[in-house]
Design a protein around this ligand. Structure first.
Ligand SMILES: *Cc1c(COP(=O)(O)O)cnc(C)c1O
Length: 412
């Protein structure tokens, strides 16, 4: 069972201060003065842990990073300017031209485009496969691919990967794994299940109020006989030897954050911290709401296909019950069959906010094919499960009966 009660106490207690300012402080300075030349040298060398320059981090980001480490049971974390910032930071930190990434399952459009187009321009190849295509996964791992990435639950295809089975297989072949846990903070802790790196778009549930763009990457502890010492990762060996337990954090800071500058701003991190205080209580409510709304709409909406793994007909229903006993976050989808009926349904709603965001306090919805996926090829749309009438819904904190009633009246 998810220990929501543990987080309900931990989060407000560790974010607020009992001495001086209760709310987290914002340190917006771009530069930080050093006491003397010796201290400057020690900070740059890494012997003294004090702020160096805001591109490399600031005290407000550091506070957020420490809270995210508690949420994910991570060794270290880096807060970024957006979720895409976190994903591109990890890929560019660990991969080099000639490497290949395997992407398992459905993907958020931004990640798909990053891997498929942008990383390809820099010589990193990619391949995609279904969550259950274990023959292909193992074949790719045998061939020495450099990284495997997947989402905790597909956005928006709502496929549920067999997370532990995939991670165990990747660990057997000493292959790095990155799990995008954006949809399921608190509900899933991939590092505990054997993942190497977790990324979040904190823009979504973690901040929760549509008030702050942000992201984060979180890392496990690097071990003595770590997979990073595999021949595939020879280009990282110097930092791995030198930095020990925190090597993944150091690799990412030095090879991506420093050079590309996708750093979070102190102000954004402050807003995200406010979201963290209520994260677990919101996730508990939102996940429960989503299951109720999905199952009721499944019964009540005629001519609309409702998709959520808590609905018995979903292909991953049994797996979902095992991996996500308290639900898998805010997403469900409605397929009305064609874009005309999808537009009509959306425009008839009264309570829903039409926007490209997810994981908000209020219920959001968006037609997929005409917006986020408008530039995608037919074959890519097919792989990602984007049909003409597909609406992605992100359920909020409202009374579930009000959400259900609104969709039912909109569909009439
Ligand atoms: C939104 C989202 C992202 C990208 O995050 P931004 O903060 O918008 O850059 C990445 N992955 C998933 C699953 C998302 O939903």
């Amino acid at each position: 069972m998810i220990n929501f009660e543990y987080f309900h106490t931990l989060l407000p207690q560790s974010i607020g201060s009992k001495n001086g300012a209760v709310a987290p402080t914002i340190t917006p300075s771009a530069a930080f003065a050093y006491e003397n030349a010796e201290e400057a040298e020690a900070i740059f060398k890494g012997d003294v842990s004090k702020p160096l320059y805001a591109r490399m981090g600031n005290p407000t980001n550091a506070k957020l990073e420490s809270i995210l480490c508690k949420i994910e049971d991570a060794n270290s974390a880096i807060a970024t300017s957006s979720g895409m910032g976190a994903i591109s930071m990890v890929l560019t930190a660990f991969l080099k031209s000639g490497d290949e990434v395997l992407c398992i399952g459905g993907f958020f459009g931004g990640t798909y485009a990053l891997v498929n187009e942008t990383m390809a321009r820099f010589g990193v190849a990619s391949d995609f496969c279904d969550v259950d295509d274990f023959d292909k996964i193992e074949e790719k791992l045998k061939n020495g691919i450099a990284m495997v990435i997947f989402e905790s639950v597909g956005n928006p295809n709502l496929k549920v990967p067999e997370i532990e089975k995939i991670l165990t297989l990747c660990n057997k072949y000493n292959t790095l794994t990155m799990v995008d846990n954006t949809a399921t903070p608190i509900l899933l802790q991939p590092l505990k299940m054997g993942a190497d790196i977790v990324v979040h778009s904190t823009t979504k549930n973690i901040s929760g109020h549509s008030a702050s763009l942000g992201g984060a990457a979180l890392f496990r502890k690097v071990l003595k006989d770590d997979k990073l010492k595999d021949d595939k990762y020879k280009h990282l060996s110097e930092i791995v030897e030198k930095m020990g337990e925190k090597a993944m954090f150091a690799i990412t800071k030095k090879r991506a954050l420093r050079d590309f500058g996708m750093t979070a701003s102190a102000y954004s991190s402050f807003i995200t911290l406010l979201g963290c205080e209520t994260l677990s209580i919101r996730m508990e409510r939102i996940s429960k709401n989503t299951q109720i709304v999905a199952n009721e709409l499944h019964k009540k909406l005629k001519n609309v296909l409702v998709r959520h793994p808590s609905i018995e007909e979903h292909e991953h229903y049994d797996r979902y019950k095992k991996i996500y006993p308290a639900g898998c976050g805010s997403l469900l989808t409605l397929d009305t069959g064609c874009s005309k009926s999808a537009f009509k349904l959306l425009n008839n709603t009264k309570l829903i906010t039409q926007t490209a965001n997810i994981g908000d306090n209020r219920t959001l919805a968006l037609h997929m094919k005409s917006t986020i996926y408008r530039d995608f090829k037919e074959s890519d749309l097919k792989f990602l499960g984007i049909t003409d009438g597909l609406i992605r819904v992100s359920i909020g904190l409202e009374n579930p009966v009000d959400i259900i009633d609104d969709f039912v009246q909109a569909s009439e």
